[in-house]
Write a protein that binds this ligand. Sequence first.
Ligand code: MG
Length: 259
Amino acid sequence: MPDPVSSLLAALREGDDARGWAWFLDLDGTLIDLAPRPGDVVCPPGLTATLAALDAGAAGALAIVTGRSADFAAALLGTRAFTIAGLHGAEIRLGERLGGGQPTAAPARPPAPAADHAAAAARAMPGVIFEDKGAAFALHFRLAPRMEARVAQAMDEALALAGAGYRLRPGKAVVELCPAGADKGAALRRLMRHPAFRARRPFAAGDDLTDEAMFAAADDLGGLSLRIGAGNGETRARHALPSPAAMRELLSRMVQPRA
Ligand SMILES: [Mg+2]
């Protein structure tokens, strides 16, 4: 039996017909390893170079699709070269190969009372971390799993303060409040209308609940969906890899010349 990376590499090469792939890649837990604190993640050596080769090979049809802000993702990867759908698609910034520029949407910050409420709740719960993402904010409880119910309650209260136009998004040891309209599936569909992406087959990879909408959109458009890690519960992704390290191995082998 070939290992999972080799099997998937074969499937990617088989499906890499005249159209080629359009790459939609989540960041945390997919390309990079999760860290106990959201600010502690690091970009592994070689990842940015691999993504650059993939982006070049696809003539710019590559997007980082993340819950982080586009600025955070670009700073982590050390380049603004790539197209980034940040905040679950609430902000889309085209990469340098596609002309670059400002995010297509710069959503407003949630109302201050909502963010203040969540930040105060985090201060009262040891181990819970408040993350300000600009147009969204989150409470992380990876370091304090027993706080899950209190975090959920605090975020319900924050949502009531934020009012219409926002929603809660649960993830791995995190609850986030973000603009209601955006999701990763909508981001994929929107980018697939761009000329650089349009004629290609979407390949979507992610590790969390918020990636499921992206998997559904990729499948609907005749593409391929890939879940990284055990995740939380069921997934509709058609393929699986065990870890971000396996994902990085897949991509780095994908950009190497065929033997
Ligand atoms: Mg993720």
